[in-house]
Ligand binder design. Structure first.
Ligand SMILES: *Cc1c(COP(=O)(O)O)cnc(C)c1O
Length: 376
């Protein structure tokens, strides 16, 4: 059976060669006679799998030595609580600032409010006009120069790729330029993690749920500057205290062993692709081709301002919502799956993560053309 083109926002398509390798090793990991999921997390074999995954991730992202890499659980949603529990204790007052770029950043802010004083540093939750073009809420980003960060905040949270809205930024500021040199930048990079090189050294921490671009659900990758570790609030669960997780090299309690193993295979696959600079070129080629098609079309429209369009998640609209069910049914008949947009935005969304080859985007564009011809 041919594999369909899976445009799901997450969990999402995996590199086929990774799935094949995992299948080949499923019953017997390299002569061990065991599946990785059967291994003790403290045994020699799994410890080796985990430390190799960490080493490959460090190499891919060029993670400096003074950052810890933690393999945790609970997804990015749990991390929204784990971060304030770990970082609010650093500041004299438990406060943190948030750049609202869409639904995920807003959820992060709301979760932080359970533990401290969370404030909005900047927001795109309103209409604006850019270059004469009216932009609806969540389809643009406020310039970094307009962010208002409290210099005594425990951290500033940004979401660098809004998976639902399709808004991406790499304008990660130097906090000194924002008048807040001591405030660490915390980045939710879940849905574009490993899609491009990332300036880790500009951040206090980066985190990502694996299921968008790095592996199976169940694993959260946290890269955190070591000086930010060790300030957890007393109410922080011990399994979520970065100090415990870092000291025990992600083995404070049983980590998601199989998910770590698969993510490790994805890291190896990325290295075979030529690393993050090479995968970035592929991602640029795919996204450019798709957005160029939409931009010349008078049938489809893309809500997001061209300057901040995500290379990973591409929301688009048909001219009439009445056409949506026919569009989706026709797409599925051609093996183009999961194109329905998030319910909060409506319309359609194509997620084209690392594992989506150019061929899949070409197949999507072929279908878009045919549908436009027959319904335009
Ligand atoms: C998917 C996603 C989340 C939530 O992830 P869960 O693993 O479902 O908790 C948070 N932030 C971003 C940017 C996401 O894409």
């Amino acid at each position: 059976m041919a594999r369909p083109w899976n445009f799901s926002a997450g969990p999402s398509a995996m590199p086929e060669s990774v799935l094949r390798q995992a299948a080949a090793e499923m019953l017997d990991w390299r002569g061990s006679g065991m599946s990785v999921m059967e291994m003790s997390h403290r045994g020699k074999q799994f410890v080796e799998i985990c430390s190799q995954a960490e080493a490959d991730l460090r190499e891919l992202l060029e993670v400096p030595e003074h950052y810890a890499v933690l393999f945790m659980q609970g997804g990015a949603t749990a991390e929204n609580a784990i971060i304030p529990l770990n970082l609010l204790g650093r500041a004299a007052q438990p406060k943190a600032d948030f750049v609202i770029s869409g639904i995920w950043a807003k959820k992060s802010l709301e979760e932080c409010r359970r533990y401290g004083d969370a404030q909005v540093a900047a927001t795109n939750a309103v209409e604006t006009v850019i270059d004469g073009r009216t932009q609806g809420p969540s389809t643009w980003l406020p310039e970094t120069s307009s962010w208002r960060v409290r210099p005594d905040a425990a951290y500033l949270h940004v979401c660098s790729n809004e998976t639902i809205g399709g808004v991406e930024t790499m304008a990660w500021p130097d906090m000194a330029d924002l008048g807040a040199p001591d405030v660490p930048l915390v980045v939710d990079a879940s849905s574009h993690f490993l899609s491009r090189p990332m300036p880790v050294a500009k951040t206090g921490m980066i985190f990502a749920g694996a299921q968008k671009n790095a592996g199976p659900a169940g694993l959260t990758v946290v890269i955190v500057r070591r000086d930010l570790i060790g300030h957890a609030l007393a109410i922080c669960p011990s399994a979520f205290d970065y100090a415990n997780v870092a000291r025990e090299k992600s083995m404070y309690n049983t980590p998601p062993t199989f998910a770590i193993y698969i993510a490790g295979l994805v890291f190896k696959w990325l290295k075979e692709q030529g690393g993050l600079a090479a995968i970035e070129q592929q991602n640029i080629a795919k996204a450019t081709m798709l957005y160029n098609y939409f931009d010349q079309s008078r049938f489809y429209s893309v809500p997001v301002h061209p300057s901040v369009r995500s290379r990973m998640n591409v929301p688009f609209f048909l001219p009439d919502t009445a056409l949506e069910s026919a569009f989706l049914a026709g797409a599925e008949a051609r093996g183009l799956m999961q194109l329905k947009g998030h319910k909060s935005v409506g319309g359609m969304r194509a997620s084209i993560y690392n594992a989506m080859p150019l061929e899949g985007v070409v197949a999507l564009i072929d279908y878009l053309k045919d549908f436009e011809r027959s319904h335009g």
